[in-house]
Design a protein around this ligand. Structure first.
Ligand code: NAD
Length: 241
């Protein structure tokens, strides 16, 4: 781990990097009012994700699964990107960052203007039948309808616990990470595999912006503790000077 002023060092690394890959997690969105999973006020305090966000939930507790995602869809319609999302969008348009691979399903990076976003844990904008994969619409899902093709239950295209990540996005992320000079990790506990392995496909520097330490900190080069929006704003000011 590097010593010295971490913020200034990170600014230097961002300036010098030819290819920066940004990895984000739920902590990127808490300043927009979206709870994360593992913080004190996160989802884990109210729900057991294994019960509501798993393949087993569709089979065994569809009503709970449906209610959970119905509420998430409605809640996420009300939130907006914050300053940190906007800065990442500006950095992409200026060529400072190359792509964002996110665990988030909240679309806030895209709403802020980022184009190169890989949603490795899927999205809640599109839906399908959990049995035959026939595409479905949001209205049908929200209304609790069944698949018109086979009568199966409908689901959003999120990656549930126990499911594979979208293969093409995963392959591209690993390829880009392996060529990156800098992996900038923001707002994730790095608990979820295989997402938490992406930094280690890179021989470049690995820096973390997070509120608290993660289990993998000893394998990173730099940590900046604080809120994503605030730290990104400070970095942005430093980069302008
Ligand atoms: P996590 O809840 O496990 O970890 C979030 C981390 O972010 C924590 O270490 C926390 O200290 C930190 N954090 C919280 N607020 C922060 C802030 N303002 N600035 C910087 N750091 C902050 O989340 P995870 O690692 O993303 O993994 C959990 C899973 O949850 C993922 O699979 C993801 O798909 C899903 N999820 C997504 C959303 C969303 O789309 N916004 C929300 C909750 C959970």
């Amino acid at each position: 781990m590097e010593t010295g002023d971490p913020l200034k060092m990170l600014k230097e690394w961002i300036s010098a990097s030819q290819k920066t890959v940004v990895l984000t997690g739920a902590g990127m969105s808490t300043e927009s009012g979206v709870p994360d999973f593992r913080s004190k006020n996160g989802f884990y305090a109210h729900y057991d994700p294994a019960e509501v966000a798993s393949v087993g939930a569709i089979e065994n507790h569809y009503e709970t699964f449906h209610q959970f995602y119905q509420r998430r869809i409605e809640d996420l319609k009300k939130v907006k990107p914050h300053k940190g999302h906007e800065i990442l969008a500006q950095w992409e348009s200026e060529g400072r960052i190359h792509l964002i691979a996110t665990q988030n399903i909240d679309r806030l990076h895209q709403l802020a203007g980022n184009r190169n976003v890989y949603e490795l844990h899927g999205n809640i904008r599109t839906f399908r039948c959990a049995r035959c994969d026939h595409p479905a619409g949001e209205e049908s899902f929200l209304a609790g309808k069944r698949c018109p093709q086979c009568g199966g239950p409908l689901r959003p295209n999120v990656v549930l616990f126990g499911e594979m990540l979208p293969q093409e996005e995963w392959r591209k992320t690993v390829e880009e990470a392996s060529e990156a000079d800098l992996i900038l990790i923001i707002g994730t506990s790095l608990n979820v595999s295989p997402f938490n392995q992406i930094p280690f496909y890179s021989r470049g520097k690995k820096a973390l912006i997070n509120m608290e330490p993660t289990l993998l900190d000893d394998q990173l080069d730099l940590r900046v503790f604080g809120k994503a929006g605030e730290i990104l704003s400070q970095l942005h000011s430093l980069l302008l000077n």
